[in-house]
Design a protein around this ligand. Sequence first.
Ligand code: ZN
Length: 95
Amino acid sequence: MKKLKKRDEVKYCEKCGKKMSITARDSHLGINSMMGYINFNRNLYYCRRCEEGFAPFDKELDVNDEHRITKNLIETTCDLAQRMSSFGEAEEILL
Ligand SMILES: [Zn+2]
């Protein structure tokens, strides 16, 4: 079966508005979310003017770079932790 070639989405730099170039196609990322652990591939972009790399899709999902989980999950975990004795307990319920 012939695979349809997906057209690359054009992204513009959030800082300067310049069209960014794709530095990596289908770069893999695994994160924890409200739906459990999810794996996905997304394109990585680079702005030559700002000399900075961007992952627009990560931003759409509100992925926390440090913890590799979505903002939604952090908020829910914090919310639960406040009602319970510890973060560990909240984590057990969620994950
Ligand atoms: Zn830029």
